[in-house]
Ligand binder design. Structure first.
Ligand SMILES: [Zn+2]
Length: 349
């Protein structure tokens, strides 16, 4: 993929709005927390309205099958689509290498008052007469249980598409006993992703000393080693713009990892892109594309990828699934002056 977009300064400089020190910020935060109960009812009401309008608008006139706090089903063209939430990751404020944690907390709270600094894990299940497809599998916490809730047995899953190999996206391929969770599925990932994490962990650690070794390198290398053994003969390596499933195109979006891949879905004239960790959530790298996640393999490349991808998604009004945003993570990238924001369908006419 070629990049023509030059990174720009965004309108949401995390340091611009709060010139004080970390301790001043904390004291301000404590003050605002003291007022939280009084504001809670209004916030919940606003949140309810937002969710209700999202549910209505996302369906674009089609029927919603079900919506709970972990399962959100909707029609996407000819597919029956379901977002499944595999728990949350806590400690969001420590995910960024080039932003002080207090600035992250401040932005998350400022832009999203309902947030308690958790990152969701939103996996996508697609079903038609032929295929049962999962895009990403979470960390294995609750995927099998959630599939059972929507009537899918593990042996029925025909394909798994991975955006990348970090554990919070790939470890759901292993069951609780360490065996293959999906005995009949073909597992797809980008060729570059497999090649990169097939190297010895120590070599990668030497080349990328800033990456957290245990979490971002060793665990990923170990997971791929296990997957190669458990899914022997059933791993398919993708090239850019290849279609692993009819109506699904792999789009190389490098930077978070070398072979990070988004998946563009097309059906009945509709488009939806699963963007993985290139655009993790609204209040972080969508509004601040220059923020570096501690596990970004190449922090320079990922910034270019974010701008390039958001330009296209905004121009083409493509619906997007955000993996780590508030469940179900569905909406649109929109322009906000020189920067970007995330909006539900209702706000994009
Ligand atoms: Zn992730």
């Amino acid at each position: 993929m070629q990049y023509s977009t030059v990174p720009r300064v965004t309108a949401h400089d995390p340091f611009k709005d709060f010139p004080g020190s970390e301790s001043q910020f904390k004291s301000m935060l404590n003050t605002s927390i003291a007022h939280f109960p009084a504001a809670t009812t209004m916030k919940l009401f606003t949140f309810f309205l937002l969710v209700a309008s999202t549910l209505l608008e996302l369906t674009q006139g089609e029927k919603i099958c079900s919506a709970t706090d972990s399962v959100y089903s909707f029609k996407f063209g000819k597919w029956d689509a379901t977002v499944l939430k595999d728990g949350v990751i806590r400690g969001l404020e420590s995910f960024f290498a080039n932003v002080p944690s207090f600035a992250v907390l401040r932005n998350v709270r400022f832009y999203d008052p309902t947030s308690n600094f958790e990152a969701s894990q939103n996996m996508l299940l697609l079903r038609n007469r032929r295929d049962v497809v999962l895009i990403d599998t979470g960390s294995g916490e609750s995927l099998i249980r959630l599939l059972r809730v929507v009537g899918v047995a593990p042996r029925e899953v025909t394909a798994v598409l991975l955006t990348h190999l970090h554990g919070d996206h790939s470890k759901g391929l292993l069951d609780k006993t360490g065996n293959a969770a999906f005995p009949n599925a073909l597992v797809h990932m980008h060729r570059l992703e497999s090649e990169f994490w097939s190297r010895p962990a120590a070599d990668i650690g030497q080349q990328y000393p800033n990456l957290p070794f245990e979490l971002a390198i060793n665990e990923t290398v170990t997971t791929l080693t296990k997957l190669k053994k458990l899914y022997a003969g059933r791993i398919r390596l993708l090239n850019d713009l290849e279609s692993p499933i009819r109506g699904v195109t792999a789009v190389l979006t490098p930077g978070h990892t070398e072979g990070h891949t988004g998946y563009m879905l097309r059906s009945s004239g509709k488009k939806l892109m699963v963007v993985g960790d290139t655009l993790v959530s609204r209040t972080t790298v969508i509004q601040h594309p220059e923020w570096a996640i501690i596990s970004d393999t190449n922090a320079t490349t990922v910034v270019r990828t974010r701008y390039d991808l958001m330009d296209k998604l905004a121009d083409e009004k493509t619906q997007v699934l955000l993996y780590h945003d508030e469940f179900p993570g569905l909406g649109f990238i929109v322009r906000d002056g020189p920067s970007f924001d995330f909006s539900t369908v209702a706000r994009v006419a």
